[in-house]
Design a protein around this ligand. Structure first.
Ligand code: PMP
Length: 363
């Protein structure tokens, strides 16, 4: 008997493997592998979660009304043009399913977020990458890689895992150079961390036409990765599509309640931002001073490149850090086998990383 077979291409997908959270035999773990908020969630989000417990037999508000209103008011954008998702991953996946299929191409830069390849292949489309310059998305190369089959262009800005970003003028040049029937998806998962005058998350491009959408997440600055909550801001036509294709109750009530409380706790969000503003340059400088190459980052993580010499390479460094209970992310899946990505942690954790790397390099 023949077993049921999935659509062609599905078995080519390499399943996404998240950052580990345990090492056998090690009790104290420092987990810096998934770009989670260093200080944990807002206490108000935790209270909201507890208060919700007696109500979890109720379905959530499928329209995420209160959260969309709050987001709209904060950014001065129309709440009717916001859609919430079970993490921004869900929204990226839905956009692929709705706008691309077999025979179509989904374009992104060489070291773009892994989910883009998964989402493209899952809907039968072909992922296509464009070369970067200095590990940064390059507008000319992206435009050159466009073909008549291109349906979606994903731009992570800032990008994970490189931490690099494009200024808003470059993103505008990208939009202007694309055919209007290509959907530009700006994935601004790390937008809240960026402290650069020439950066915007891209809302102005959403407003300028009907072919650009911005995706955001509660997993990073708001430190709610475990609840799965993201949102997209798009033109009416794209929002209409997302609302047709998403599941009716795609975001659970726990995510909605904690997300709203976290979003409204601006004092805590500012604390998290200040923490990152201090420790991102600190960790970058300390690691550079050890003689390693740090890719300039505007997110809550840094990409460190290691020499190829046996014993000093990224894989050996990874194993050494693990022996000290520190879990970071090896970048082989991104074709960056010489690199490790390290999330900004608490002050103590950051110091532990620097001490461990110093010890490793001295060996
Ligand atoms: N986009 C980028 C660039 C990311 O790094 C991540 C998380 N690793 C996501 C999207 C997905 O985030 P989530 O699904 O948790 O909202």
């Amino acid at each position: 008997m023949t077993a049921p077979a999935p659509r062609p291409g599905i078995m080519d997908i390499r399943p996404y493997v998240g950052g580990e959270s345990a090492i056998e035999g090690v009790s104290r773990i420092v987990k810096l592998s998934s770009n989670e908020g260093a200080l944990g969630p807002s206490p108000k989000a935790m209270e909201a979660l507890k208060a919700l417990a007696p109500e979890i037999h109720r379905y959530p508000d499928g329209g995420a009304e209160a959260l969309r209103q709050a987001i709209g008011a904060r950014y001065g954008i129309n709440p009717d043009r916001i859609v919430c998702g079970a993490g921004s991953d869900e929204l990226l996946g839905i956009l692929c399913r709705a706008y691309a299929g077999p025979g179509d191409e989904v374009l992104y830069s060489a070291h773009g977020f892994l989910m883009y390849a998964i989402a493209a292949k899952a809907c039968g489309a072909t992922p296509v990458t464009a070369p970067e310059v200095d590990l940064t998305a390059n507008v000319d190369n992206l435009l050159k890689a466009v073909t008549p089959k291109t349906k979606i262009l994903f731009l992570a800005n800032p990008n994970n895992p490189t931490g690099t970003y494009l200024p808003s003028s470059e993103v505008a040049r990208l939009r202007a150079g694309l055919r209007p029937d290509i959907l530009l998806v700006i994935d601004a998962a790390y937008a809240e961390f960026v402290s650069r005058n020439d950066y915007t998350s891209g809302n102005e491009l959403v407003e300028a036409g009907d072919n650009t959408v911005v995706c955001r997440t509660f997993s990073k600055m708001f430190a709610l990765g475990g609840l799965r909550l993201g949102w997209a801001y798009g033109p009416e036509n794209v929002v209409g599509v997302l609302n047709r294709v998403r599941n009716p109750f795609n975001v659970g009530s726990a995510a909605l309640a904690a997300g709203l409380a976290a979003f409204q706790d601006t004092e805590y969000a500012e604390l998290c931002k200040r923490h990152n503003d201090y420790w991102l340059p600190w960790l970058s400088e300390q690691v550079s001073a050890l003689g390693l190459t740090v890719v300039p980052s505007v997110g809550n993580f840094i990409l460190i490149r290691f020499p190829k010499d046996a014993g000093k390479d990224a894989a050996t460094a990874d194993a050494f850090l693990r022996s000290r209970g520190i879990i970071v992310r090896a970048m082989g899946a991104y074709g960056l086998g010489d690199s490790l990505r390290i999330t900004i942690g608490t002050g103590e954790e950051n110091q532990m990383v620097v001490d461990a790397l110093r010890e490793f390099l001295k060996k």
